[in-house]
Design a protein around this ligand. Structure first.
Ligand code: DI6
Ligand code: FE
Length: 416
């Protein structure tokens, strides 16, 4: 177990750096110009070409970057990291020919993770999620979203969200919690979906929000999950509490979820393989981020591509995330997701990099503190053993991290 408070401070002058394109918006040194970052009290005070460093920072204690490529700390903006058990058996079922929907209808799927999550206590859930978080952090993740949705009852959703908060404290990583009580219908509510949504809206969400456990609210709007009307009911409950919303939208079919979410000013719409032109236009107008989840697309062997070119043309910001979950995306590398976003979805490398930094931060409402290296922001950046930014998406299965500065501390690879 790591204790964040034991990481050394990153305060000082970081030199010998090469900034990846887009890493420090507003500064222009290219990757061949030596860059420097001045950090004081855990905050970036200055970033730019070393030759332009203001004298006031020149005397700070040095950290030699030795030519490392630098990006902002990565942001994994859509995960279901906290759950009990795993579902390799369903992977085997699908290999034998069953579809995701058939597995769900046979009592597997989300509901089997619900059983295992309910059986586990908080410490057990923490112990199971911690090694998964460590894998993601090893790729340079500095902020992560963690959803509930495998408890589907007040006490069990609470357990998941509390574990999410504890993980953030233990590892010194920014965690945004998202309440996904409307992820699946719990077995005890079979045939009573309306009653369950009432419970989500009137009891679970208000109680968990009052406990400070909810940063945003999400719904799985899909044929095998909740309808558009049920989704709107949850959004209204969120709005009444002043909480931002997000949506699992148009993953398996076009439900019109994205346009609804956009009307509620959603931070993001996620998956969106079946997103319509109207959905794109609504997202453009509301400034909603499109979160692409190539790990789920890959695992489900989906062939229906999200409308990347139309999103690009409309200027809708695109983020990329792991969607880490035990059913459809047991992915533990955000770099691998960059590779898949490029290979499967044809994102460019700069798009994929912005997708796991700038736009991912925005999908969490964290754009003031994460996703860029900028004066006044907490110091979150990664030094890579790479020459070229394209290598971030090019290699897969490699772990090229050299050092991670997370929340002003050197969480990996102290260099002094
Ligand atoms: N969409 C997904 O891909 C996951 N949840 C969701 O709403 C699947 C979750 C699971 O199968 O456990
Ligand atoms: Fe998901």
């Amino acid at each position: 177990m790591t204790s964040a408070s034991t990481f050394p401070s990153a305060d000082g002058l970081w030199t010998g750096l090469r900034l990846a394109p887009g890493a420090a918006p507003g500064t222009t040194p290219d990757a061949d110009t030596e860059a420097a970052i001045a950090v004081a009290e855990g905050t970036v005070r200055w970033v730019g070409a070393r030759s332009a460093l203001p004298a006031e920072f020149a005397g700070l204690p040095p950290h030699d970057g030795r030519g490392a490529l630098v990006t902002p700390g990565l942001v994994d903006c859509h995960t279901h990291l906290v759950y009990g058990g795993q579902r390799a058996n369903e992977f085997a079922m699908r290999l034998a020919g069953a579809s995701y929907e058939e597995v769900a209808e046979a009592g597997g799927g989300i509901v089997s993770s619900v059983r295992a999550t309910r059986e586990a206590d908080e410490d057990a859930l923490f112990a199971q999620a911690a090694p998964r978080l460590e894998q993601l952090l090893a790729d340079g993740v500095c902020a992560i979203e963690i959803k509930s949705g495998y408890g589907l009852a007040l006490e069990h959703e609470r357990k998941q969200l509390r574990v999410a908060r504890r993980l953030g404290e233990a590892y010194g990583v920014t965690v945004r919690t998202t309440f996904l009580g409307a992820h699946a219908l719990p077995p005890e509510y079979a045939g009573r979906s309306g009653d369950y949504i009432d419970l989500v809206c009137n009891e679970m969400l208000p109680a968990l929000a009052a406990e400070g456990l909810v940063d945003a609210v999400d719904v799985f709007c899909e044929r095998i999950a909740f309808t558009l009307a049920e989704t709107e009911q949850v959004f209204q409950a969120a709005k009444a509490l002043g909480l931002p919303v997000k949506l699992h939208a148009e993953q398996l079919s076009d439900m019109g979820g994205a346009a609804l979410a956009a009307r509620y000013g959603a931070l993001s719409c996620d998956h969106i393989e079946h997103l319509s032109a109207e959905g794109i236009e609504a997202m453009r107008q509301s400034g909603t981020v499109a979160v692409l989840l190539p790990g789920a697309y890959y695992t489900l062997r989906d062939t229906h591509l999200p409308p990347i070119e139309a999103l690009r043309t409309a200027g809708v910001p695109m983020a990329v995330s792991t969607d880490h979950n035990p059913g459809t995306s047991p992915a533990l590398s955000l770099l691998l997701m960059m590779n898949m976003a490029c290979t499967l979805f044809r994102l460019t490398v700069p798009e994929a990099l912005a997708g796991v930094t700038l736009h991912a931060a925005r999908a969490l409402g964290l754009q003031k503190t994460h996703g860029a290296i900028a004066e006044g922001m907490p110091a979150n950046f990664v030094l890579w053993n790479l020459r070229d930014a394209a290598e971030l998406a090019y290699w897969f299965g490699q772990r090229p991290v050299r050092s991670v500065v997370r929340q002003g501390r050197i969480a990996v690879g102290a260099t002094r």
